[in-house]
Every structure is written in C-alpha cells, then in structure tokens.
Design a binder for this molecule. Structure first.
Ligand code: C5P
Length: 236
C-alpha cells in the first residue's frame, strides 16, 4: 500500500492518505501530550507499544460486535484504517470517579460508579474540550439523534467487553474516551484505544498504569503500558 500525503497531524498520531481513498495510514508517534498540548515529551517506544495495544483491543472489540476502523497492522508503529468522517465529539464512560469528574463536581476520588457514567465532550483543544449534552449535538448538527443513541450503545458495549478483558488480567478499567466517525452510512469506532486515552489501575494496589503517570510526572510511563500489554498477552 502506497503512503500518500499527510492529512492530519494530531498530538500523538499522524494520518496519511493511501492509494485507496477509503483507507488511511495511522502513524502512532512517540509524542506524548497532556493538558491540551501544554506538556509534550517524546517517550521512546510509545508509538510502537500503542500501535500494538490498539490493534489488539480493536480486534477484541470487532469480535465482540463493535464496528471499528482498524483494518490491519502495516509496521511497528503504523496501522491501516478505514477513512471515516469523524464526529467532533468525545464519548467518555467512567466506572470509578477520578480526573475531571472529581474536579468538576467536587466528588471523592475512587468511588464505584453504579451505573457507570456517560459524558459527551466537544473535541476542541482551544476551548479545553468543554462538556456538552445531546441537545448541543442536535442543535449544532454535530450528529443526529440516531448517532447519539448509537454512540451511547457502542460506548457501553465497549465497557462490557473491556472491563472483563482487563479484570481477567488483574486491571480495573477506570474510565476511557472513544471517538466515532461515519463510514458507508453507519457509525464506526475510530481514533485509538490505548493507555493514552483510558485509565487503568492495578486491581490490588490501585497503581496507575496509564497516561496519568505522564500527567502527574510519576515516571515509568511506557514501562507501565508494556506491563499492561504483557498482562493482556500482547506481543510487543
Ligand atoms: O480528564 P477526564 O477525567 O475527563 O478523562 C476521562 C478519560 O478520557 C480518561 O481516561 C482520559 O485519558 C480520557 N481522555 C482522553 N482525551 C481527552 C480527554 C479525556 O483520552 N481529550
């Protein structure tokens, strides 16, 4: 497959055209960012680890009935994905309270959320990804009512599949963010699923095994990602 021109350069990934207009190449870079791009560092091996992690998770989700954009792995740090028309929306599910939820509502950290919470955010760094609800999505035509229902249904379906997958490896899926796009008239999971976009805690010690290690300057970021990958049986 021919790698064409760069079409998008995100904070941690770059997207390239291919000779097939329906396919793109997603390059996972070593760049790691936090606080809307205010803190940026290069972390050795992270692009490769996240590419393999994402490929494994996307395949488990596809098997579980969640349509994803993942097609195949092209190289250590590149994947071939479907060319989606992305919605400017982030879908977050939370199983345990932490992060922006605690700051926003003043609730304690570490509470089990039953039922899990679902939140929409607008994907806009300049505005610090403000929280939105169904009405904003409809009024501003960022998505349809049917797409809202599908995003909720699929994001919770992901929770059912991945909570078990991680728990079987002794890891709590605390929260995560998903993004969706349109492809052939239906919504498909896009972007990535890696420890950059979710929170993972060791079930016994509650040690953080995700990007909070970078946000909080705890060190051992990629080492933690690799430890999770190893516990899931992902060959890195
Ligand atoms: O910061 P907050 O607590 O709202 O994050 C909830 C979840 O969504 C976390 O797992 C975080 O890593 C993820 N997230 C993300 N990208 C963003 C915002 C949140 O991956 N822009």
């Amino acid at each position: 497959m021919q790698k064409g021109e760069l079409v998008a350069n995100g904070k941690a990934k770059s997207i390239y055209k291919t000779d097939d207009p329906k396919k793109l190449i997603m390059h996972f870079r070593n760049d790691t960012s936090a606080f809307d791009g205010e803190k940026i560092e290069q972390l050795d091996r992270k692009g490769m680890v996240n590419n393999k992690f994402n490929a494994f998770i996307m395949q488990r989700l596809e098997e579980g009935g969640v349509p994803t954009h993942y097609e195949s792995t092209l190289s250590d740090d590149e994947a071939i994905v479907k060319n989606l028309d992305m919605l400017p929306i982030e879908c977050v599910v939370r199983n345990i309270s932490t992060g922006s939820l605690c700051k926003r509502l003043g609730v304690a950290e570490g509470l089990d959320l039953d039922p899990p919470l679902f939140e929409f955010f607008l994907k806009n760094d300049a505005l610090h990804d403000p929280m939105i609800n169904d009405f904003h999505i409809i009024s501003f035509k960022w998505g349809t009512q049917k797409e809202i229902e599908t995003m909720k249904e699929l994001t919770f379906k992901v929770n059912g599949i991945l909570k078990k997958l991680f728990l079987d490896a002794g890891i709590l899926l605390v929260d995560y963010k998903l993004e969706f796009g349109r492809y052939d008239g239906k919504l498909v999971l896009g972007d990535e699923f890696s420890p950059d976009g979710c929170r993972l805690w060791d079930v016994k010690t509650r040690e953080k095994l995700d990007k909070d290690r970078f946000r909080q300057g705890l060190g051992g970021v990629v080492e933690a990602y690799e430890a999770v990958a190893q516990r899931l049986g992902i060959a890195i």
